[in-house]
Design a protein around this ligand. Structure first.
Ligand code: THU
Length: 160
């Protein structure tokens, strides 16, 4: 028997002002996207912004639907929009933020499992890590260096 250690190292910041200028700008775009989210059912608004290798920022927000499961998370709206508009472009970073009209979202909101998998597809293909920076509306900001670190024993096309 051999133990495998998947321990995760993350950076935690007290304020967006501690991020680099590029990252602050990326988070600003995520906040803008969050404010335009269509979340009339959950009232939980999420914004995501993606920095591409060419400097372009692509944003997305959650899009809900009266038929609840037909809705989509902000992160997948953003990554698929990037994939649709800039196929084969390297993704450098993604910033995510969430807020609610019902509660104060103080804890950093990481991407859900399905979004991690969808984002990982891009990281796996480009063979370059994608940084993920996420926060609530207020409070701490978390930064991790790759999707792989958020998905131990991840599934990818090499299994098919
Ligand atoms: N949501 C996201 O947009 N991203 C996540 O990673 C988690 C959840 C959305 C989906 C739904 O519109 C609302 O937040 C509540 O689950």
């Amino acid at each position: 028997m051999k133990e495998i250690d998947f321990s995760l190292k993350a950076k935690m910041f007290d304020s967006v002002s501690e991020l680099s200028q590029d990252e602050q700008n990326l988070m600003d775009k995520a906040i803008e996207a969050r404010n335009n989210a269509y979340a009339p059912y959950s009232k939980f608004q999420v914004g995501a912004s993606i920095l591409l290798d060419n400097g372009v920022i692509v944003t997305g927000n959650n899009q809900e639907n009266a038929a609840y499961p037909s809705g989509m998370c902000a992160e997948r709206v953003a990554i698929w929009s990037a994939g649709a508009q800039y196929p084969n472009m390297i993704v450098k970073k993604i910033a995510i933020t969430a807020a609610s009209s019902e509660i104060e979202v103080k804890n950093p909101v990481g991407p859900c499992g399905a979004c991690r998998q969808a984002l990982y597809e891009y990281e796996f293909n480009q063979k370059e890590p994608i940084e993920i920076i996420f926060m609530g509306e207020t409070g701490k900001i978390i930064k991790v260096t790759s999707l792989a670190s958020l998905l131990p024993f991840s599934f990818d096309s090499s299994y098919l």
